[in-house]
Design a protein around this ligand. Sequence first.
Ligand code: PLP
Length: 383
Amino acid sequence: MEKIPYGRHNITQEDIDAVVNVLKSGSLTQGPKIKDFEDAFAEYIGSKFAIAVSNGTAALHLCTLALGVQPGDKVITTPITFAASANCVRYAGGDVAFCDIDPETYLIDILKIEKLLKSSPKGAYKGIIPVDFAGRAVDMEKLRKLADEHECWIIEDACHAPGGYFIDSKGKKQLCGNGNFADLAIFSFHPVKHIAAGEGGMITTNNEELYHKIRNLRTHGIQQIPEKREYNHGIWYYEMQELGFNYRITDIQSTLGISQLKRADDGLAKRKQIAQRYFDAFSGKPFIKGHSGVVDGHAYHLYIAEFDNRNELIMHLRDKNIFAQVHYIPAHLMPYYRQFGWKEGDLPMAEKYYSRCLSLPMFPTLTEEQQEYVIDTICTFYE
Ligand SMILES: Cc1ncc(COP(=O)(O)O)c(C=O)c1O
């Protein structure tokens, strides 16, 4: 069997034609495709505003800046995420308060957040960065209520979950990152994600003030609304009003993003089928200690299963050309975060999860034959 990765992008002839056309168009960056991508993405997610940026990490950085994180500000996030979800707090000088996960959903445990918030005076924590980890939506309605009670802002890291959703208390579908609950939400267009743009990121929000602030910060802090300039020297004039960055996306990336976005729902449907097959194959097997399962609104960036002897299994799978992966090493155990006092035993659910988790191959072009091979190889290993 040829090598089977855990995730793989899917580039079609339509994607290639679109990118070739933009290469011939005369606008490689700062042209019309960026706004087109933002508009199409906002429509897909259901947010009022969207700002495309160079990658998901830049998106997170702009969010912490826009929300005014200051040195010493405490911000809560999950340890089971890519480092960027926490690092963005450090970029602004804030302190990361990791909060343990719910062992059933693998998401940050909202009850534990509540405990953390209630154990300190109001204002001790400035914000919360929940992650729709693996594609499973956080209950943002519940989290918003808690955040409001404790005067916290929310940045939803929805990198794994474009098209994912939860059902709110009124029975309404709430898409991840739609801006109804979080102040800001972010997405990534790294090739292993649902929508590949090479590199790329998006910030979504319903907050017009934050939208304009982030647009300025994306381009060096240069005021994007001419009427808001303090001076006017002539038609060549631009005005930098605060310290920003070059976190722009290109027209080339945006064009690929637009083309991929058109197939996003097809990709989601395929991921769901794959999840159902893993679920059917593994349910009731004694060697499975937990798995992602079949959950409404799950966007299945990853299908995770927990195994005893995970380390032996992963090596066995490599020998069989199956490149399953571990997502993630708990961020609080990274040497960088250990320097702030974090250590083994601090977040037992996350650490137990880490000792057993494995992300199985999950991408829309995974064939039934490949998936059968993965399932058979795992079952044979244990049986
Ligand atoms: C949960 C999460 N947040 C943030 C990021 C950062 O995105 P990017 O790689 O586009 O900077 C990633 C990407 O791997 C991610 O998985």
